[in-house]
Design a protein around this ligand. Structure first.
Ligand code: ADP
Ligand code: MG
Length: 482
């Protein structure tokens, strides 16, 4: 047992899925020609003025409502001043003293089934910066301002997490929440969700928090877990050698697994924050908030409870299947169409997930449609195919050979349940294996049990796996015992 306790607080940038930018009418679409989605406002041309995007405000409020937070009826924008080539205004428009979303919380269910509440300190609206492109221009840096002015909310948690696993569980919960309420596309690899992790350690039993470091811009759950674990080790090593931790901002390289110091921590007053004179305060009415509240869809936590109840799933199954919207929708479609939620759950969490993982695909890229998987399950239930054959059919469907019914037909995989045909098969097997049959009849109960498998194996081989297992067992038993 370690003598140290880990303390983690997260700051998360969530890119809002608005069509246009937070202060201009330029498109937020990614993948366009550099600087083709940068308006005069985004380019910071003199004489231009920002106009606040109402949809960005609505999305921030929806987030607040989804985490049970106070929604501030009055919030205001401030300028955070610093120089960087991808920030042509020389300041970021953000919120500091009066954020739009106040304190809230997110409840997590950890892998061992236990529950944990992580408090949200606040969430504020702000704009994203542009991008510096270092690789495409030899000896120079390119500036792409397409991303400049993309609306973000920055969510700041209290230092409530106590391990890398808890931090990742929170990150996953946040991901499923913001995608469920439709305020973010959740594309981590494109930076739609970026995590800054603040990490400190303290001796167990100590009340006072240790000095923290902040590792910025982690955009995968795996990198986040790696970065935290490394940082905890690094801090403990330093402290055990009698050293002290420097409060600093660090960068983590996912390819090498190494982090390095980027700069010493700056204070808020280094940025000369002041109220933005170009923007009016944001005022929200009670009606607006109620309307947004009514527009919220089912939240992941509600869906989890409903899945466990409506489909009689175990807590574990319900948790996995309700974890994101795409998986939930897929599961519900298969469960309804096949009429068997338990089998739907087993197939999705077993075969399907294994196959998706092997091909590094997400469920929205799954080549097997929900109706097809439901058809496969239906054929299992009505005994058209055995579970062994079902795996073959699944494979064939996955590889684009058609629907389960088409594959079963084309490959002649229908289970043989015709008792006349099966009886003939049994007679033939016993005739061809007369010595074994005689030995079976002479053996005692215990030995017979072991020997029986041999005959079943022969029958399955003869029928290429298509004999109805229950029927073949009964017929063999009868023939051998007579
Ligand atoms: P700052 O004003 O310097 O940005 P904040 O108080 O806003 O600091 O905290 C930023 C983030 O760091 C929050 O997510 C918070 O939970 C976390 N944090 C603060 N102190 C610690 C600490 N000692 N250990 C770990 N995380 C911390
Ligand atoms: Mg802060």
């Amino acid at each position: 047992m370690s003598a140290w306790e880990t303390v983690i607080g997260l700051e998360i940038h969530v890119q809002l899925a608005t069509k246009t930018k937070i202060f201009s009418s330029a498109s937020t679409a990614v993948g366009a020609e550099p600087n083709s989605h940068a308006s005069l406002v985004d380019l910071a041309m003199p004489g231009t003025l920002p106009v606040l995007n109402r949809e960005a405000v609505n999305m921030a409020v929806k987030f607040g409502l989804a985490v049970g937070a106070e929604i501030n009826r009055h919030s205001a924008f401030e300028r955070k001043n610093y120089f960087y080539p991808d920030l042509p205004k020389g300041y970021q428009t953000t919120q500091l003293a009066e954020p739009i979303v106040g304190a809230g919380s997110v409840e997590l269910i950890l892998d061992d089934g236990s529950r944990k509440t992580v408090r949200i300190h606040h969430a504020h609206l702000e704009e994203d910066a542009g991008k510096s492109l270092h690789e495409d221009f030899h000896g120079m840096t390119g500036i792409d301002l397409n991303r400049a002015g993309t609306p973000l909310i920055e969510v700041v948690t209290e230092p409530d997490m106590r391990s890398a696993e808890e931090a990742v569980a929170f990150a996953r919960a946040l991901h499923s929440l913001v995608t469920a309420i439709g305020i973010c596309d959740g594309e981590m690899s494109q930076g739609s969700l970026r995590f800054d992790v603040n990490v400190s350690v303290r001796r167990k039993g100590e009340e006072k928090l240790g000095t923290r470091t902040e590792t910025k811009n982690l955009n995968s759950f795996r990198f986040m877990e790696m970065a935290i674990k490394k940082e905890v080790e690094r801090q403990i090593d330093i402290l055990e050698d009698g050293g002290s931790i420097t409060q600093e901002t660090r960068l983590f390289n996912g390819d090498t697994g190494v982090s390095r110091s980027m700069r010493s921590k700056e204070d808020a007053n280094d940025y000369r924050y002041f109220p933005c004179p170009d923007l009016l305060p944001v005022m929200l009415s009670e009606e607006q908030i109620i309307e947004l509240k009514n527009s919220l869809p089912e939240l992941p936590a509600q869906r989890l409870g409903r899945f466990a109840q409506q489909y009689s799933l175990s807590d574990y199954d319900a948790r996995i299947l309700s974890s994101d919207l795409a998986t939930s929708d897929y599961f519900e479609a298969v469960a309804e169409l096949s009429g068997d939620a338990k089998l739907a759950a087993n197939w999705i969490m077993g075969e399907l997930t294994a196959r998706l993982n092997a091909e590094e695909k997400s469920i929205s890229e799954c080549p097997m449609s929900a109706p097809d998987l439901a058809e496969l399950i239906a054929r299992l239930k009505d005994n058209t195919i055995s579970s062994k054959i079902a795996k073959q059919v699944f494979e064939a469907c996955w590889n684009g050979e058609g629907s389960p019914d088409q594959v079963i037909e084309a490959r002649g995989l229908k289970q043989v349940s015709d008792s006349g045909e099966l009886q003939k098969m049994v007679n033939k097997i016993i005739a061809e294996n007369a010595t074994q049959a005689e030995a079976y009849r002479a053996a005692d109960e215990a030995k017979r049990k072991k020997m029986f498998g041999f005959f079943v194996g022969q029958a399955m081989k003869a029928s290429q796996g298509k004999a109805n297992p229950q029927q073949i067992n009964e017929l063999l038993m009868k023939a051998l015992n007579s």
